[in-house]
Design a binder for this molecule. Structure first.
Ligand code: 9MR
Length: 349
């Protein structure tokens, strides 16, 4: 493995900075040489956007489809990149057959144990960090925990059990809980932060093998300014528990999508700058992953628009535009992570 912490150009680093990574799909990398070039130029870490989810790996009980995940892992290995394993347990990516079993036989842990054994057995050496549970928080639930199929089958201790199970099969990987909605100053996100911190404290107190957290950071220009007084203490509380923090799914949803492209791109870049100014001040932040590289592949293109938004064209919330040209936010991210100063300093890894 390369030194992931060196980022794209370690010689320009202000300090050994956090790694830079992106969510990718191997079919898109293979189909598009410019995307592959961008991945290799910018990334020290890859997250499979889809291919390591349970419904992708095992759509039927005996039906394993590991081709794409194997391909991604092989690509990462070939180029000395880290892989973030995303994700072992996520309600939304649990295949229907597994959900049915969990509902039929609540309390029977074997289905999770078998799945972890198979996946961690296959990818254990290749993956440095696992999102063991994805999106466990629900601000509206009385205990702050989402009523997932796992919560219903096993009760709230499913998270702790999942961490122990993961540790048994992946002794060296960093084990992480990953969630969204921690970024803004509004009542829902305030409750989400509080519920997440409560969960982390409980897990540390009970001795669960939790190494870090993933803060997704799906930013949204309509949700108002990012506030240091809100975000910095949140990161500090996590760090004080001895946990590392990875920013795992950074992107920006635009609000109006109106005005010229330059103006829109500046707003996106300024928002990310504000976020990274706060987040990267926290030394426990180990890495920064964007949820895709090019707007062309962004999940946000399929999301409902804000009511006032211009319905034509793309959301411009990732480092590269739809034609794989870097935008201002690309340089904001490069500079924040590695100290690079602008287009003239772009160098290959
Ligand atoms: O971007 C991903 C999209 O292409 C998939 O259809 C979807 C379901 O697998 O997952 C999206 O990624 C999500 C990630 O796994 C967890 N956090 C929210 C991301 C955006 O929905």
């Amino acid at each position: 493995m390369s030194d992931a912490r060196g980022g794209m150009d370690a010689t320009k680093s202000r300090r050994p900075g956090p790694y830079l990574g992106a969510a990718v799909r191997i079919d898109q990398i293979e189909a598009d040489a410019r995307l592959a070039e961008a991945v290799l130029r910018d990334c020290a870490s890859l997250t499979p956007e889809i291919d390591m989810k349970w419904d992708a790996l095992q759509p039927g009980p005996g039906d394993w489809r590991t081709g794409p995940a194997d391909g991604l892992v092989a690509f990462a290995r070939r180029h000395g990149l880290e892989v973030r394993g995303h994700t072992l347990l996520w309600d939304q990516s649990t295949p229907a057959w597994a959900k049915a079993r969990l509902e039929r036989a609540p309390g029977d842990w074997k289905i999770v144990a078998d799945y972890f054994q198979a996946v961690l057995g296959r990818y254990g050496d290749a993956v440095s960090e696992w999102d063991v549970v994805n999106e466990p928080i629900d601000s509206e639930a009385p205990d702050g925990l989402r009523a997932t199929v796992f919560q219903k089958a096993y009760g709230p201790t499913y998270i702790e059990r999942a961490l122990h199970e993961a540790r048994a099969h992946a002794p060296n990987a960093r084990l992480v809980l990953n969630d969204y909605g921690f970024d803004y100053d509004n009542p829902v996100e305030h409750q989400r932060r509080a519920a997440f911190l409560r969960l982390l404290e409980q897990l540390k107190t009970s001795g669960a093998p939790l190494d870090g957290v993933g803060v997704q950071a799906h930013l949204d220009l309509s949700k108002g300014p990012l506030k240091r007084e809100i975000l910095a203490p949140f990161f500090t509380r996590i760090a004080d528990l001895g946990l590392s923090i990875a920013i795992t799914e950074l992107d920006v949803k635009e609000d109006g999508r109106r005005g010229g492209v330059a103006e829109r791109d500046r707003k996106v870049a300024d928002h990310v700058q504000a976020y990274l100014d706060i987040a990267l001040d926290q030394p426990s932040v180990t890495g920064l992953t964007t949820w895709g590289l090019s707007d062309r592949h962004s999940w946000l293109q399929k999301q409902p628009l804000h009511p006032s938004a211009n319905p034509t064209g793309m959301n411009r919330g990732l480092p590269y535009d739809g034609a794989l040209e870097p935008k201002p936010v690309y340089w904001t991210i490069q500079q924040a992570v590695s100290g690079a100063k602008g287009p003239s300093t772009l160098t290959s890894r």
